[in-house]
Design a protein around this ligand. Structure first.
Ligand code: PLP
Length: 259
């Protein structure tokens, strides 16, 4: 029987989720790791709440957001829709005047790169809530990237986070420069893992309980295999789950009069 092209295997939320889960499983198998050692964070920035709800119904429970206003509206919409409990992760740059709603509405923050932000998040975490789960974001790409603290600043920042009562230090996060070179991808992820291991030793040496320091947040749609090969415990995937994001609207350039 003829199958019209339009009815060929559907590109649905369910098929995309299964494909990403399969990539993670295969990357784990290739690295000799247990598939359950890597969790999937669905990065839903720019997508509507209905797309989050669709994946939540399929069993995906952790979602990552970058833009605060958009995220707050989406969190409220998902709650109003009566979805199963969703774990919300803030993964975008943090301005200090935006820390309060982040401390109030998120379970995790992956993008702490300054002590001042950590202190505010801790102070503003509502009493009675679980501590905010925090990863320190590190720039392992040198000049090629601007977000994240320097590798040399990661240990002091991690120690500062570990001492704050409203926060639970969970690990490190990085966004390397985009590259098709798998060797380069792996070297960046390996650098984060080595830093992670050094911090783990330092925490133990200082008598700080390092049991919860268990998260290497690295790998996205285009490089998750390299990240899993180097020890990622959480991959942050947007495009491969939701499709290509609408290209962001860039503000029109300022035109200066010629003088
Ligand atoms: C957008 C984003 C992602 C997801 O990237 P994809 O390439 O779409 O998978 C992951 N992490 C962070 C911090 C992001 O901003």
């Amino acid at each position: 029987m003829n199958t019209p092209a339009a009815l060929s295997p559907a590109d649905t939320a369910s098929s995309r989720l299964a494909a990403v889960q399969d990539r993670i499983r295969q990357a784990c198998a290739a690295a000799g790791r247990a598939p359950a050692s890597v969790s999937l964070l669905a990065v839903s920035k720019t997508w509507e709440a209905s797309r989050v709800l669709e994946l939540a119904l399929l069993g995906q429970h952790a979602f990552g957001e970058n833009y605060l206003q958009e995220a707050l509206a989406k969190i409220a919409a998902c709650e109003a829709a009566g979805s199963s409990p969703i774990e919300w992760h803030f993964i975008g740059p943090i301005q200090s005047n935006k820390t309060r709603p982040i401390a109030e509405h998120f379970h995790w923050v992956h993008s702490v790169e300054r002590e001042k932000i950590a202190v505010r998040l801790s102070e503003q975490r509502p009493a009675g809530s679980q501590p905010l789960q925090v990863c320190v974001q590190v720039n392992v790409s040198g000049e090629e990237s601007k977000s994240g603290c320097e590798p040399t600043e990661a240990l002091p920042l991690a120690l500062a986070v570990a001492r704050l009562p409203g926060l639970q230090l969970r690990g490190l996060m990085t966004i390397p420069e985009p590259s098709d070179d798998v060797g380069l991808q792996r070297s960046r992820f390996a650098a984060l893992r080595q830093l992670f291991e050094g911090i783990q030793r330092a925490l133990n040496a200082q008598g700080i309980d390092a049991n919860c320091f268990d998260t290497l947040s690295m790998g996205m749609s285009d490089d998750l295999e390299a990240a899993v090969a180097e020890g990622a415990t959480l991959v942050r995937v947007g495009t491969a789950l939701f499709g290509r994001r609408p290209t962001s609207v860039t503000p029109s350039p300022v035109v200066r009069p010629l003088t």
